[in-house]
Write a protein that binds this ligand. Structure first.
Ligand code: SAH
Length: 234
């Protein structure tokens, strides 16, 4: 039997947006998140402002929205996670190194959160995802933010995005056993790549391109990311 729902012809007040039921609290929760990031050693004001500007709860399912301002990774489906805010801020700050960024590349769009934060510190953001459904999800989640300088690419990020290279920074959101050569060759001279590396035990690695044929590698702290995988999933 069909259930009929009474229809109002015109809403009496503007109904709250379905994805916005944290309301004004989300602003306060973001203030608290940024305050925690400062305590945890993030000092780059541009990055902190970019985190402050992006409503993270819009990137997760409604059932998880109330947890969006905890400093935790949360599931986004397809066995993947939205990265912890601290690691997002840490990677972007390290990649930026206090410089103005032109074109940047993110490998592993997921739900699009980090791409939205990157949009606050770079003129142009390319972000590539290998799982079709997540690429589409990110498009939907990013739409209300109206960030025309974020370009979503579907493909294998281990190959980078050669047509848009060189990049002023590359941030990789999934851990491979080694850093793909294609990504190193798509770094502009003077630019940095930040990526997790390893299998069961992972470490954040920073690689700066110092010349046409020279790269300097620095190992940072232990981390935990989903694996970087080759090929695409339709
Ligand atoms: N940047 C996301 C984190 C997503 S998790 C955020 O803001 O929270 C990492 C993502 O990397 C997953 O969606 C996974 O599918 C993707 N990934 C793994 N290997 C990849 C590859 N070779 N190319 C592109 N994306 C990849």
């Amino acid at each position: 039997m069909a259930i009929t729902v009474p229809q109002r012809t015109a809403p009496i007040t503007t109904p709250p947006r379905q994805d916005d039921n944290l309301g004004l609290n989300s602003e306060r929760m973001r203030n608290a998140l940024v305050a925690r990031l400062r305590v945890q050693g993030i000092t780059d004001e541009r990055v902190l402002a970019a985190v402050q500007a992006i409503a993270r709860h819009r990137f997760v399912d409604e059932a998880l929205a109330s947890r969006a301002y905890e400093d935790a990774a949360l599931p986004i489906g397809h066995g993947q996670t939205i990265s912890q805010p601290w690691i997002v801020a840490r990677m972007i700050a390290a990649a930026r190194n206090g410089k103005e960024l032109g074109k940047v590349l993110e490998v592993g769009t997921g739900c699009g959160y980090q791409a939205a934060v990157l949009a606050g510190v770079a003129k142009e953001v390319y972000t590539i995802e290998r799982i079709r459904a997540l690429h589409e999800l990110a498009r939907t989640r990013l739409r209300p933010f109206r960030l025309p300088h974020v370009r979503l690419v579907f493909g294998d990020g281990m190959l980078g995005v050669p047509s848009a290279a060189p990049f002023d920074a590359i941030v990789v959101a999934a851990a491979g056993l080694s850093i793909p050569d294609a990504l190193l060759s798509q770094l502009a001279i003077g630019a940095r790549l930040i990526a997790p590396e390893g299998g069961a035990r992972q470490r954040l690695v920073m690689i700066e391109r110092t010349g046409a044929q020279s790269w300097v590698r620095t190992e940072l702290e232990p981390v935990r990311f989903v694996p970087l995988q080759p090929g695409v999933l339709l």
